[in-house]
Design a protein around this ligand. Structure first.
Ligand code: ATP
Ligand code: MG
Length: 497
């Protein structure tokens, strides 16, 4: 009799149900079962939707039997975090359907998640206003709503219940969490990013952080509506992306870097080939011609890791027009800079930093991490010639995200990389808990405006003479700039998609 695996295989490749993670790789159990020990822990964080490739009929049958066999009390217990009876019932049905012991764990976890959701936090997952869920042990659950942190009226029975939740999340991905590997990155079936860390590393109990996946990711109009930037700034950024400037988005954790990177990527013309590289795929590009690459953590024996760095190098052999790297954290910064310097201009990436200047020093440190023993001056030369623009973003105290700086990287003078702000957000006060301030253009004509003009993206509407006269009236020029926060005065953006 064919095993459950064979029957699942029969329909492998069938479309994944709505709401499944937007993945490229196959479901963990849709591969050779014999290879399972290698796979254990070796699957990428968030590899595949648990249900992709599963015979829908079989799934429906198992769910139907489950619905018939589970009573209200068992379900209630599960909602409170005691999932054992439900899991036992699921396992019994799967066994009856011919699942092998190897498949049981994964399928049980996947079924449980689908049938019962994720217990106490399911309402938070379902709440569209919640963007992030943070579980600090069983009694302290926090959420972020509209940019603000709040305690959620949710609790787990005990540490065990949180641990079971983590297991339920990671098991369908072929990963596990225990004392030997007490930290794990994973993804929910809908693509939400999950990090879990357990004792003894997490001192007060298992901690889980969930960044909810935006089903409909923010676009440039959303960011303008939220006050993250002005329409004029958006226009400049669009022009810069189209003119193939190399752009670094910097900001602290949760400041909205990935979101902004996604929006910037949306400005890439549709006829260009894009390769994206990420630790856990979060970008959602609308273009058709996109190749998405994702890193792979080492398996339980510590083998098989594929890091961002290797993917960047591989991407160079894939004839990319643009390389978009989700975040640079280490030695890959060097490869990225080299790529930017060797004809792959128009590349985009993000970095954790507190200011544009800080972003540069972080990059410098990361290049040193590549272990090439480069002198600092050589590194700065690389950075100065590779990078054109830094877009620095922050989460302000009222929870709003703002682009605080759009800064041009002008070049190297002596040993110092010269930065010139094009736009700045100036905070003027706080009213009723809301931050007040405005975006100002600095009034300095960025050097890249020549590149934008050469690319036919902007056109000067002023003669050189007017330009000079304006420049001599510096103050008037600057105030016109700050009044409109537009850029550049006297320039017209020609091509907008
Ligand atoms: N401009 C914005 N306005 C309001 N909310 C935003 C904005 N950008 C992002 N967010 C929200 O903030 C949260 C964090 O966004 P994002 O993942 O882009 O940040 P990040 O800086 O990449 O975070 P990390 O450092 O963890 O990678 C998400 O829930 C997102 O929906
Ligand atoms: Mg990010």
């Amino acid at each position: 009799m064919p095993g459950l695996y064979e029957r699942l295989q029969k329909t492998a490749g069938a479309a994944a149900p709505a709401g499944s993670a937007p993945r490229t790789a196959g479901a963990p159990w849709a591969r050779e079962p014999e290879a399972a020990p290698e796979r254990e822990g070796g699957a990428a964080p968030g590899t595949a939707a648990p249900w992709s490739g599963v015979d829908p009929e079989l799934k429906a049958r198992v769910k139907q039997r489950l619905a018939e066999e589970l009573d209200a009390e068992t379900l209630e217990r599960a909602q409170r975090g005691d999932d054992r009876p439900v899991k036992e019932a699921i396992a019994a049905i799967l066994r009856a359907e011919g699942a092998s012991p190897l498949e049981l764990g994964r399928l049980t976890a996947a079924l449980y998640a689908e049938v019962l959701g994720f217990g106490p936090i399911q309402p938070l997952l379902d709440d569209p206003d919640v963007s992030e869920i943070m579980i600090n042990g069983p009694r302290h659950v926090y959420v972020e709503r509209h940019g603000r942190l709040q305690r959620a009226p949710v609790r787990f029975e005990d540490d065990e219940a949180v641990l079971r939740l983590i297991e339920r999340i990671v098991a369908p991905l072929g990963r596990r969490i225990d004392e030997a590997s007490p930290m794990v990155d994973a993804r929910l079936p809908d693509g939400s990013r999950v990090n879990a860390i357990i004792p003894p590393l997490a001192i007060d109990g298992p901690a889980v952080t969930i960044r909810k996946f935006a089903r409909d990711p923010f676009g440039i109009d959303d960011l303008i509506r939220f006050g993250t930037l002005t329409p004029e700034m958006a226009e400049v950024l669009r022009a810069c992306v189209q003119a193939r400037l190399n752009i670094l988005v910097s900001g602290s954790t949760g400041s909205g870097k990935t979101t902004t990177l996604n929006v910037l990527s949306s400005f890439i013309p549709p006829d260009e080939r894009i390769v994206t590289i990420e630790d856990a795929a979060e970008l959602q590009l609308r273009q058709e011609h996109v190749v998405r690459l994702e890193t792979r953590p080492p398996n339980l024996e510590g083998r098989g890791e594929i890091a961002i760095r290797q993917l960047v190098r591989n991407a160079l052999r894939m004839r990319p027009d643009r390389i978009v790297v989700g975040e640079v954290r280490g030695g890959e910064a060097l490869d990225m800079l080299q790529a930017m310097n060797t004809g792959h201009d128009g590349s985009l990436t993000t970095v954790h930093a507190n200011s544009p200047r800080d972003a540069l020093s972080r990059l410098e440190t990361m290049v040193l991490m590549a272990g090439m023993d480069l002198p600092v001056r050589a590194i700065r030369e690389q950075i100065a010639s590779a990078l054109d623009l830094i877009v620095h973003q922050a989460r302000l105290r009222d929870g709003t995200r703002k682009i605080l700086y759009i800064t041009e990287v002008q070049g190297l003078e002596g040993d110092v990389i010269v930065l010139q702000d094009v736009f700045r957000y100036v905070q003027t006060g706080v009213e009723d808990g809301r931050v007040r301030g405005d975006f100002r253009a600095t009034g300095v004509r960025p050097r890249f405006s020549e590149r934008l003009a050469a690319a036919g993206i902007v056109q000067s509407t002023r003669t050189r003479k007017t330009e000079r006269r304006r420049a001599s009236k510096r103050r008037g020029f600057a105030s016109e700039f700050s009044r409109t926060a537009g850029w550049p005065p006297g320039w017209r953006v020609l091509s907008c998609m």
